[in-house]
Design a protein around this ligand. Structure first.
Ligand SMILES: Cc1cc2nc3c(=O)[nH]c(=O)nc-3n(C[C@H](O)[C@H](O)[C@H](O)COP(=O)(O)OP(=O)(O)OC[C@H]3O[C@@H](n4cnc5c(N)ncnc54)[C@H](O)[C@@H]3O)c2cc1C
Length: 411
């Protein structure tokens, strides 16, 4: 099937970059967002850092690196203003023995590559423009981006129409067409749907094998001081401090899996400051009384930290008629035309653009932008397939070229 139209549910970086990748292929996209504006939830912080977290040659590092390199190149093509996209570089500090061992391993593994370099604490301080206490790895091309203008640029496309204040509460499939409902009223129909609404993906009224976890996070917005204003790049420990923009730094971020409370918490500000203290006493002393605001939102994560990207299976059909271990991908109960791009965890601005391109390639039957085995790690059905003992199929980013669910499915 080659799609002519598609509906994307969710207007964060995952939804906007998926809409863009489809629109670039000539597909007419309708993007539905429940808020009055796009990029209002996790994708709504004032700055998002673009960087990879690497360990060596494991698959997580391969995916992180592929995403990082893709995202940087991709965002450059969008010609955002320098006040919204800044290739300032990043230092990842060896601020404790475990992190020091990690950055040494990364530096040794990628010794001949230009995208990362090991630097002493002295060199790190020179690069940063402020004094730092630890050796680091330096990513000269790491960047920060302002999420709202980025998402807006992505949807400003002749093939994309955006409808805000539409909270999708139900999807139904009738023959080959999906019906999308908001408040139980039919709002749109299409033969291709992309679910990109993060933690709400599992509440779409279908039996889908989606397993995600909300992880609350708070960033602190800090007024720059005379000492911190010259900071030239992003400094990263288990949190990050951005260079000042409009005389304010972004200091992040906390992690909590046991709360979905969106109110700003003073203890979280203190936790962000404690991270800063662990690598620069001087910056801490300078900035500890300068927090002027904060922002809380929910990340969407999986237990293996890879996003969920690809076409979805009918979870109920799979459980009620478990396939044999040697089943082919084509024999599985696909919900043909129903795709997902969610669970970008703490690095959605790095991972979502590549995942969007991957999804659009799958939908359009184009060559995938990454190797099949790497793409296979993102199989959105993997948790249920693994549970059913179908580990081989869980490692494939299979498409439903042969089989579809023909009966109407409902919640
Ligand atoms: C504190 C914090 C700091 C972070 N820092 C960084 C960083 O520096 N760099 C980085 O890369 N990442 C960072 N992240 C992670 C990044 O923000 C996320 O990975 C990314 O925003 C996820 O994008 P998304 O589009 O999947 O989800 P979202 O941005 O949450 O988008 C989902 C959209 O779907 C909409 N929606 C939900 N349900 C419905 C419905 N039923 N109908 C219609 N619309 C619906 C929502 O309103 C929302 O707009 C941070 C996250 C947090 C919380």
């Amino acid at each position: 099937m080659t799609a002519n139209t598609a509906i994307v549910i969710g207007g964060g970086i995952a939804g906007c970059s998926t809409a863009y990748a489809l629109a670039q292929r000539g597909i007419k996209v309708t993007l539905l967002e429940r808020n009055t504006a796009i990029a209002s939830e996790a994708s709504g912080n004032p700055q998002a850092m673009l960087y990879p977290r690497l360990s060596g040659d494991d698959t997580a590092s391969q995916f992180a690196l592929a995403s990082y390199l893709y995202s940087l190149d991709f965002i450059k093509t969008l010609n955002l203003s320098p006040t919204d996209f800044n290739v300032c570089g990043m230092l990842q500090l060896g601020f404790n023995p475990r992190e020091l061992a990690r950055i040494q391993k990364v530096a040794a593994f990628f010794e001949s590559e230009a995208f990362v370099k090991y630097v002493s604490a002295k060199e790190a301080s020179r690069l940063a423009g402020v004094e730092l206490m630890h050796d680091a790895i330096y990513f000269p091309n790491a960047a920060w981006v302002n999420p709202q203008p980025l998402c807006q640029r992505l949807i400003d496309h002749q093939n994309i129409s955006v409808k805000t204040s539409i909270s999708v509460n139900k999807l139904l499939k009738n023959n080959d067409l999906f019906e999308v409902y908001s408040n139980d009223n039919l709002v749109e129909k299409s033969d291709v749907i992309i679910i990109a609404n993060a933690n709400e993906a599992k509440n779409m009224g279908l039996s889908l094998p989606i397993k995600t976890q909300a992880v609350r996070g708070q960033v602190s917005i800090v007024n720059a001081s005379t000492m911190s204003a010259p900071l030239k790049l992003i400094v990263c420990s288990d949190g990050y401090l951005s260079p000042a923009t409009h005389a304010q730094h972004c200091l992040g971020a906390t992690f909590s899996s046991d709360s979905v409370d969106l109110t700003i918490d003073e203890l979280d500000h203190q936790a962000n400051l404690a991270r800063l203290k662990s690598y620069s006493m001087a910056l801490y002393e300078n900035l500890k009384d300068n927090i002027c605001a904060g922002r809380v939102s929910l990340r969407c994560s999986t237990s293996d930290y890879f996003p969920l990207v690809g076409e979805l299976l009918d979870g109920s059909a799979l459980i009620s008629r478990p396939p044999r271990p040697n089943a082919t991908a084509a024999s599985l109960p696909w919900v043909k035309g129903l795709y997902i791009n969610v669970a970008h965890g703490s690095r959605g601005f790095t991972s979502a653009p590549l995942c969007a391109e991957l999804l659009a390639s799958l939908i359009s039957h184009d060559k995938l932008p990454i190797a099949d085995d790497l793409a296979g790690l993102l199989n959105p059905n993997r948790f249920l397939l693994r549970k059913l003992g179908l580990k081989r199929l869980a490692r494939m980013l299979a498409t439903s070229s042969a089989t579809s669910v023909t009966k109407p499915i409902s919640g």
